[in-house]
Design a binder for this molecule. Structure first.
Ligand code: NAD
Length: 501
């Protein structure tokens, strides 16, 4: 479908729009209508190198800008973002499809990281020891890395980049952000907001592109670190390639999040939360619940409560006060429908079928309605694969021990939740389960900005999670300074290893 409103997008380099010159472009669509809304330039290796060079040129001055001044700019960015958040939410809905309230929630969670980074003077304080040895003092500092690369996925066009860049910028680095080519406008909007907040040119740059741009970031000696979020195969590739090129890399991958419901749980609460966590953002969240593990004899009741709620959801254009929006692309819609077909043919019972339904939208959007599958076996592809759509699979098990065994056997370890009124069981669960983020009667346990976000196993390559103090650590290098102001009594040659005394 064509539209007279199609825009041609650009890169953002050294504080200005830069048109693409590679001749390669990709289409950006409005998932609710199926319309092409923009053409995105995909950078060549040379264009990528020019963006990296702009960030490199901006680094010395930004590194030497006082913490007080850097923080003032962050505060200003926070104020502008707060005032203009609805604009950003609207851009997210127009390219991602999630409903406006969900897009606003994403912006708010990203803003929390900006607020965290506003406290950077405190977070960057080093330590000092007087008289560590006689007349010798020691102190430590943390310094920025240089140019840092951020490569983000389609599902959180604003929040995921904001997990990283506020901390990177506040600690004195300069940034090249490579957003997902499906949802580039949020990053470009944010770049303009930074300029308005007074960030010097070149500190925050947006490089649009595909694998060519990613590879340029991974291999350039001028890029000192990579923060990646996306699917597990690409996360693994990014980690292996980036580290082979001498960079520190944090690469967050895919997920298969289990929600365990014990027999003593409040089943109405559990059903509400399963629907929220399974179908919010059409299941396109790395913390979405995709496997509901019903323990004991509650499954029939729980499935029926979830089904009632899922059938009542209104799916349609995210700008129309619907509960759930479309999937991001036609390909995603077809893939998710195919997953449901496969589950059905493998023996799952389709209790609520999102392949059919009424969708509140004009045009031909990429819709799949909420889908509930029961009696899902752990060998079925709907269980083993990350579907990344509004498909909730119910796995029935007899015991708590079996539920934990399933989670620990899963190759992913991003998030998990347990619903119970038994504190002892919950405590045992948080201790035994091999997953990075745990919810107890909380279905989507996304940590606050001052904690760190990250999974285990195939959900994260590298050992540093996003934001919080781990983020500060990732974007800085430690230095320890040992000082002696000489007095004549310390003179003399001594080739022995320095000892304390
Ligand atoms: P994706 O892996 O397809 O893309 C992520 C980024 O990698 C994009 O910027 C894309 O342009 C780039 N990319 C894609 N293919 C590439 C290739 N062959 N070589 C180099 N770069 C490439 O992921 P997506 O579909 O945009 O996002 C959804 C995935 O992200 C899901 O698996 C989801 O679980 C995951 N995710 C994880 C987290 C987390 O915190 N662990 C958060 C959000 C999303």
């Amino acid at each position: 479908m064509t539209s007279t409103m199609q825009k041609t997008l650009h890169h953002w380099v050294a504080g200005a729009r830069v048109e693409g010159t590679s001749g390669r472009t990709s289409e950006v669509t409005d998932p609710a209508t199926g319309e092409v809304t923009a053409h995105l330039p995909l950078a060549s290796a040379d264009e990528a190198a020019a963006v990296i060079a702009a960030a490199k040129a901006a680094f010395p001055a930004w590194r030497d800008t006082s913490l007080a001044r850097r923080t003032q700019i962050l505060f200003r960015f926070r104020e502008l973002l707060d005032a203009r958040a609805p604009e950003l939410a609207a851009l997210i809905t127009a390219e991602h499809g999630k409903v406006l309230s969900d897009a606003a929630g994403e912006v708010a969670r990203g803003q929390e990281v900006v607020e965290f980074a506003c406290g950077m003077p405190h977070l960057l304080k080093g330590s000092a020891t007087e008289n560590a040895s006689t007349g010798v003092d020691v102190h430590s500092v943390r310094q920025p890395l240089g140019v840092v690369g951020i490569i983000s996925p389609f599902n959180f066009p604003a929040m995921v980049p904001m997990w990283f860049f506020p901390v990177a910028i506040a600690t004195g680095n300069t940034v090249v952000l490579k957003p997902s080519e499906k949802v580039p406008s949020a990053a470009l909007w944010i770049a303009e907001l930074w300029s308005e907040a007074g960030l010097p040119d070149g500190v925050f740059n947006v490089l649009n592109g595909d694998r060519t741009a990613v590879d340029a970031l991974l291999t350039s000696p001028d890029v000192k670190s990579i923060s990646f979020v996306g699917s597990t195969p690409i996360a693994r590739y990014v980690y292996e390639t980036g580290t082979a090129h001498g960079k520190r890399v944090q690469a967050l991958g895919g997920a298969k999040n289990h929600m365990v419901v014990l027999p003593d749980a409040d089943l109405d609460l559990a059903a509400d939360q399963a629907v929220n966590a399974g179908f919010g953002s059409a299941g396109e969240r790395c913390m979405a619940v995709s496997a509901l593990v019903a323990v004991g004899d509650i499954a029939d009741t729980l499935v029926s409560k979830i089904a009632d709620r899922a059938r009542a959801l209104r799916t349609g254009d995210g700008r129309r006060s619907c509960d759930m929006g479309p999937l991001v692309t036609r390909a995603a819609q077809e893939r998710v429908s195919g997953c449901i077909d496969a589950g059905e043919s493998e023996g799952a019972v389709v209790v609520v079928d999102g392949r059919q339904g009424e969708f509140d939208a004009d045009g031909s959007g990429f819709f799949v309605g909420p889908t509930l599958l029961d009696h899902v076996g752990t060998d079925m592809t709907v269980y083993t694969d990350e579907i990344f759509g509004p498909v909730l699979s119910v796995v029935r098990v007899e015991t708590y021990a079996r539920a934990v065994e399933l989670i620990n056997a899963n190759p992913y370890g991003n998030g998990t939740a347990i619903f119970t009124n038994d504190g002892g069981a919950a405590r045992r669960f948080q201790n035994e389960v091999e997953v990075g983020m745990i919810g107890i009667n909380v279905p989507v346990p996304v940590p606050m900005a001052y904690y760190s976000f990250g999974g285990w196993k195939n959900s994260l390559f590298g050992d540093t999670h996003a934001h919080g103090t781990e983020g500060v650590h990732f974007f800085t290098r430690g230095k320890v300074v040992t000082t002696r102001w000489l007095d004549p009594s310390h003179a003399g040659v001594n080739l022995g290893f320095p000892r304390n005394g």
